[in-house]
Design a protein around this ligand. Structure first.
Ligand SMILES: Cc1ncc(C[n+]2csc(CCOP(=O)(O)OP(=O)(O)O)c2C)c(N)n1
Ligand SMILES: [Mg+2]
Length: 342
């Protein structure tokens, strides 16, 4: 894992931030990222072995966005995202066993095994899903921010959605209300350059970070593969929002290494494109390079964290596989009928 000169140059942009972290803090961030990566890889292989039904969307490549966001936000801030939600759930404190249980339809799953890959929630941990409707979580986040303001609670809602969702009307309607009422919401577009198989250039006009401009919502484009850049941008945005200035919009320039979902062979892009990002911009590699060059961490230490992550994932798989299947009676709980009765 040699330090690439391109990566070095990029890190210089946010070098001042390196002093804000202790070596232990940064190693913890590295550990989170490598664990998310190994966990997602395992989920992919379990899916291929037939342990899960339904859809499954992996987050491999995008790890710096959620780890940077968690590090930059405060305890009690609300998180809400799309169906590509396993990493957001894990970083919100939901255990790998609970996520795996959900994926495999076990009673120990975080949604009791009846939600599956796209529907993980834990309100106690301020994690509000897991939503399958593209763009659907944006108005929900806006409503959550309205609630926080109405109740005078010091909470920022961090709302994650994709570049495809950023084309939706629901997003623009939400922007209007959030700006009008100065709601404490941070909209984070995870631009991984594809909406399913359609490249950004073929589905979206203009720049994503400028989409709030007509409403006076400030926007910024951020290197979403660089933990430090994400941390810096989200820290500043949360400070601005907490001061009562209303919403902000960040476009995270990131990349997904795998297909849209498990059934996508990703024939719409070249293998060299993916490999180029992996070798030049991989978020884990970049953080590892900073740890080695600025904090004198040894390559063996990083390898040890990787080994530890793999072991933790293997243990979680063992526990999840041992858990009983979801109880069929659960199909009738937590449901609000059309007449409003539970
Ligand atoms: C309203 C709606 N339209 C279409 C779909 C089908 N669909 C699922 S994911 C997706 C692409 C979304 O891409 P993006 O917002 O970039 O998120 P990413 O998958 O890249 O994270 C589409 C069109 C859907 N789930 N909901
Ligand atoms: Mg996308």
């Amino acid at each position: 894992m040699a330090v690439k000169s391109a990566a070095k140059k990029k890190f210089n942009l946010v070098k001042s931030l390196h002093n804000q972290f202790t070596k232990e803090d940064l190693l913890a961030q590295y550990e989170s990222m490598i664990q998310l990566r190994r966990f997602q890889e395992k989920v992919g292989s379990l899916y291929q072995q037939g342990y899960m039904g339904g859809f499954c969307h992996l987050y491999i490549g995008q790890e710096a966005v959620i780890t940077g966001a968690k590090a930059a936000s405060k305890e009690g801030d609300d998180f809400i995202t799309t169906y590509r939600c396993h990493a957001h759930a894990a970083m919100s404190g939901i255990s790998m066993e609970e996520i795996l249980g959900e994926l495999m339809g076990r009673s120990t799953g975080i949604s009791k095994g009846k939600g599956g890959s796209m529907h993980m929630f834990d309100p106690d941990k301020h994690f509000w899903g897991g939503h399958g409707i593209v763009g659907g979580n944006v108005p929900l986040a806006t409503g959550m921010a309205f609630a926080a303001k109405y109740r005078e609670e010091d909470r920022v809602t961090l709302c994650f959605f994709g570049d495809g969702a950023a084309d939706s009307g629901a997003m623009f309607e939400s922007f209007n209300m959030a700006a009008l009422w100065k709601l404490p919401v941070l909209y984070i577009i995870e631009n991984n350059h594809f909406s399913m198989g359609t490249a950004k250039e073929r589905h979206a006009a203009g720049e994503f970070y400028k989409r709030g401009e007509p409403f006076g919502i400030p926007g910024k484009k951020v290197d979403g593969m660089d933990f430090f850049a994400v941390y810096e941008a989200i820290s500043e945005a949360c400070e601005y929002i907490r001061a009562g200035n209303g919403p902000m919009l960040l476009e995270m320039d990131t990349y997904r290494y795998k297909g849209h979902s498990m059934s996508d062979p990703a024939k719409y892009r070249k293998r060299e494109d993916v490999d180029g990002i992996k070798t030049k911009r991989d978020p884990i590699m970049q953080l590892g390079n900073v740890l080695m060059s600025n904090y004198k961490v040894k390559e063996e230490d990083l390898k040890a964290l990787d080994k530890k992550a793999k072991e933790a994932v293997a243990k979680a798989v063992e526990i999840a596989l041992d858990a009983p299947k979801a109880d069929m009676a659960e199909l009738y709980t937590d449901i609000i009928q059309s007449n409003g009765e539970k």
